[in-house]
Write a protein of this length. Structure first.
Length: 128
């Protein structure tokens, strides 16, 4: 992967790359938005705990394709309140080093169930 964060534009606000180039010969995984719910329909209370579970769920989807979290090239994350940003970012920053994936973080009005605070979708790429 080639990460692009040119000096000609403002540096990222947090730990992410402005762009990630996927070279020829890689296969892509596009993962639907994942929510923080267990197989037993349990939903953690805090945004940080929800983010942990969401990335565990994403890791399971990636594993089914023979991929892992380090293959993620783009993250689209959604939280329901600015107060949830620190919990989300703490987990994201722990899971993804430098260079980090490209990333977008949006504040939205809500999800399918009121208990959900975080939803994350990703794009991953791995060699054929």
């Amino acid at each position: 992967m080639k990460h692009h964060t040119p000096n000609s534009i403002r540096a990222p606000f947090a730990r992410y790359s402005h762009g990630v180039e996927v070279p020829p010969g890689y296969r892509l995984m596009l993962c639907s938005g994942q929510l923080s719910i267990t197989v037993e329909d349990e939903i953690p209370e805090t945004a940080e705990a929800q983010t942990e579970l969401v990335f565990e769920n994403i890791a399971a989807v990636l594993e089914a394709a023979g991929m892992k979290l380090t293959d993620i090239v783009r993250i689209n994350a959604y939280v329901t309140d600015r107060a949830h940003l620190p919990g989300y970012m703490k987990v994201r920053d722990r899971l993804f080093g430098d260079p980090a994936p490209a990333s977008t973080l949006m504040i939205v009005s809500g999800f399918a169930r009121e208990a959900f605070k975080v939803e994350i979708e990703i794009i991953a790429a791995a060699p054929e």
